[in-house]
Write a protein that binds this ligand. Structure first.
Ligand SMILES: Nc1ncnc2c1ncn2[C@@H]1O[C@H](COP(=O)(O)OP(=O)(O)OP(=O)(O)O)[C@@H](O)[C@H]1O
Length: 795
């Protein structure tokens, strides 16, 4: 029996959080002052080198030596630093380095923004090179101005582009620097030129004025014209008034000057336009500046020390690698060929792909064989192979073959550890990646929950649903920071998800007044679902105000500091609602649960709320049409009947599975067979313990308050206690003939709580009817006249 072991992939390194070099305040003081001192020391050494460098030349070669004496003001090290930076380095431009070191010290001491410092260093280094090349260009033999580097670069460039080339290159460097660093544009050049021209002309005209006073003939043509205009009334003047005229004559050129100036104001107009443009971009600039100063907003900052659970917490199984049983393969192949031959179906070729629990035999039938014929023989083939769980895929989508899946005699466990460690999962860029298990070709199957966008899971008892749910949750725990995702767990069986209680303050969301984050009581589920609907509405409002289409865009904008937290904006974590035993919930709460679930399923995809619903009984009264329509992604573990399989998958197949995590996954079109990753309770316990022992948020993520049905009636009956906006609210509701709190929120610009209270008061006053689930309340008053009458009668 030839046994061959397939290669097991080396688990890639566990994703470790980047080490953060955060210094304590004391360390900052020490490190910062060290840098400041180094900067000053280097500056002294460099200055001294200009006076003592030549004398110290002989000592530099013996450095470091106790016996040698140097004249540098900061001794041997100073002499060496001078030689290194000035002579062998960048020449006089090396002073920039001492400045940069000094500046770095100041930045560390004053805890200033490091991105700016990085910029200073970047530009500092470039300027040093540019200056040393510039000095090298003008050349000096002892390299004291350009340093060896500047000199050598010059020498090198001269060979290839010559002196003219270097000077043009230097000019280009200068222009680039001015353009990027000081945002100088071509217009600013022309503006400078224009204003210089204007000044020059002003000077000239001033000069002219000086000349005009004594000599009238020097006036320009325009000035002449204006001057003559002034002269018209003066033409008939008597000689006695001549003196006055002369005074006016003197004033006339001044008038001309003003007129000339007004004409030349035009360039100033351009400048005004520019100012407007700058103002418009100010808002974006503010966001850019904030990002520049403080960096992008980091949602994980509050739990910046949070460590993701290491891989070691997950169990390694011995029987993980697939073994190929040649005998079994041969036997199955013969049986398939034989059975098909019995029905006169010839086979052109057959190929086997061995998966963890199932082997796929891909058959290419001979030409002229009808596919439906093979499909109809499913049961006969299963019988002759005497195996449970045979599934026939005719044809395999995308391939011209027919697939027959036959369970392996010895199945291998797909450990959670192997799928989490897979490169596919570790490097996935998905928003909510889930490592579900391994496909038939032994590839790790990773899907994005955010794309699904909701998941329906069904399977008979004991077939692997709870393990599947745990696999989903574990995947997210290994990939998402507590700031990025929150779970709402509904567990009517009370035992399946209790372990997640330990991570309540890290990963769970709950209603403000509830004690336990994991919901086991069906009445609380209704409140939570309705509260989630409010959260959805609130999130849509935020997205609308931020002009974003989905949560990813919104969060990106928020991280880029383009949204103001003072306007209610905040980083939105994904919310994953997990409901185990959905059938139980539907049986006890019916429509009250179905309606908010359907609403969430229809609308919540864009705002990052995703639902995972698991049920033992996938019958049509549990998975209704509305729910089915909104849950395109489905997972079917083994079910007991073909009808159940049809309900969950819209086709048969789930009844043919072998159980123990063998599942079918569909996202609308293809059905993929997967062996679900196995994660045992002790593993989940280790993970939750690990996370739970770390620093947490003060409380679980709080969902919006939901004013339930029971709290609606009988409150605020006292007329004097009514809200100031009671009358306005009544008018809004009666005019619109729609008793909803969200209408009041919109029309009167109120928060949800106040709108809810107003609705309660309107109910108590008999203006709107009682709470009707997610439907708007009935309005009991038909028009405004009747409302006035109603309110008058109250008093
Ligand atoms: N992926 C898997 N790989 C191997 N074994 C599995 C896998 N999934 C489930 N099993 C086996 O099946 C058993 C039952 O699984 P699980 O508890 O998930 O069933 P269930 O569908 O949730 O049942 P119930 O609905 O009664 O809670 C597990 O204890 C385990 O031994």
């Amino acid at each position: 029996m030839a046994k061959k072991r397939t290669k097991t992939k080396k688990p890639p390194k566990q994703k470790i959080k980047k080490p953060s070099f955060k210094l304590s305040n004391q360390q900052k003081l020490v490190f910062g002052s060290l840098l400041v001192i180094c900067g000053v020391w280097l500056c002294i050494a460099l200055v001294s080198y200009f006076f003592t460098g030549e004398a110290d030349q002989s000592v530099i070669n013996t450095f470091p030596s106790r016996t040698s004496e140097t004249r540098n003001w900061v001794s041997q090290f100073g002499a060496w630093a001078g030689e290194f930076f000035i002579q062998r380095g960048f020449g006089i431009a090396s002073f920039i380095y001492s400045g940069l070191i000094f500046l770095s010290g100041i930045y560390v001491l004053m805890n200033l923004n490091k991105t700016k410092l990085r910029k200073h260093w970047f530009w500092g280094i470039l300027i040093t090179i540019w200056l040393s090349v510039l000095f090298g260009f003008f050349g000096n033999k002892d390299h004291i101005l350009s340093g060896t580097i500047g000199f050598e670069i010059n020498e090198y460039l001269q060979i290839y582009i010559g002196k003219i080339g270097i000077s043009l290159l230097l000019l280009f460097g200068l222009i680039t620097y001015l353009a990027i660093r000081f945002r100088v544009t071509f217009e600013s050049f022309t503006n400078i030129f224009k204003s210089a021209k204007k000044d020059f002309e002003n000077e000239i005209s001033d000069l002219k004025d000086d000349l005009i006073i004594p000599v009238d003939n020097n006036l320009s043509e325009e000035a002449e014209a204006i001057k003559s205009a002034y002269e018209i009334p003066l033409q008939n003047d008597t000689p006695s008034q001549k003196k006055e005229t002369e005074v006016i004559k003197d004033v006339a050129p001044l008038e001309v000057k003003v007129a000339q100036e007004e004409e030349k104001e035009e360039p100033n107009l351009e400048i005004e336009v520019k100012e407007v443009a700058e103002e418009l971009s100010e808002k974006n600039n503010l966001a850019d500046k904030l990002v520049e100063d403080f960096g992008q907003f980091d949602p994980t900052l509050e739990l910046s020390q949070y460590q993701f659970p290491p891989l070691d917490l997950l169990k390694k199984y011995d029987s993980e690698s697939i073994t190929i049983n040649q005998e079994e393969l041969e036997e199955n192949k013969n049986k398939i060929v034989e059975t098909l031959n019995n029905y006169k179906i010839g086979i052109a070729s057959i190929k086997a792909t061995i998966g963890p629990t199932v082997t796929l035999y891909e058959i290419v039938p001979e030409a002229g064989i009808r596919i439906s014929k093979i499909k109809n023989l499913e049961d006969d083939i299963a019988l002759s192979l005497s195996a449970l769980g045979i599934r026939i895929i005719a044809p395999i989508p995308g391939k011209g073959t027919i697939g027959i899946e036959v369970p392996n005699k010895n199945s291998t466990i797909v450990s959670m550890r192997s799928v989490i460690a897979s490169k596919k999962f570790q490097t996935s860029e998905m928003q909510l990646p889930i490592a579900m298990g391994k496909t038939i070709s032994n590839e790790t199957f990773v899907v994005d929950l955010a794309k699904m966008p909701h998941l329906l899971m069904a399977g008979a008892t004991g077939q692997g649903k709870s393990v599947g749910l745990n696999a989903v949750l574990t995947s997210l725990l290994y990939k998402k920071h507590p700031a990025e995702v929150k779970f709402i767990l509904v567990d009517p069986k009370k035992v399946e998800l209790t372990l997640f209680n330990k991570i309540e303050r890290h990963y769970l969301a709950k209603l403000p007044d509830s004690e336990d984050a994991i919901i086991t009581d069906n009445t609380k589920v209704i409140n939570t679902l309705n509260s989630l609907c409010i959260e959805m509405d609130n999130r849509y409002e935020l997205l609308k105000n931020a002009m974003c289409r989905n949560i990813a865009e919104y969060n990106k904008k928020f991280k880029d500091r383009k949204l103001n937290p003072n306007d209610g904006h905040q980083f939105l974590p994904y919310i994953v609602l997990v409901v185990d035993e959905f059938a139980d919930l539907i049986m006890t709460a019916g429509k009250e649960v179905e309606t908010p679930i359907a609403r969430l399923a229809q609308l919540a995809r864009a705002i990052g709320i995703h639902l995972i619903i698991a049920t033992q009984r996938p019958s049509v009264n549990v998975i209704t049409g509305i729910i089915k329509a909104n849950f395109p992604a489905r997972i079917a573990f083994r079910v007991t009947s073909k009808i159940d399989s049809r309900t969950i998958l819209d086709g048969s197949g789930a009844d043919q599975l072998i159980g123990r995590g063998d599942m079918l996954f569909t996202q609308g079109n293809d059905v993929i067979r997967i062996q679900c990753a196995f994660v045992d309770t002790p593993e989940v316990e280790r993970i939750t313990d690990y996370i739970g022992s770390q620093k947490a948020y003060p409380d679980a993520y709080l969902l919006p308050e939901y004013v339930g049905e029971e709290s609606g009636t009988g409150i605020d009956i006292d007329i004097s206690d009514r809200d100031k906006l009671f009358k306005d609210a009544a008018v809004v509701i009666v005019t619109a003939q729609q008793g909803s709190a969200s209408l009041l929120q919109r029309k009167l610009k109120l928060g949800y709580n106040r709108a809810g209270r107003l609705i309660d008061q309107l109910e108590a006053a008999g203006i709107v009817g009682p709470f009707e689930g997610s439907k708007a309340r009935q309005v009991l008053i038909t028009d405004l006249a009747a409302l006035d009458q109603h309110l008058e009668n109250e008093i």
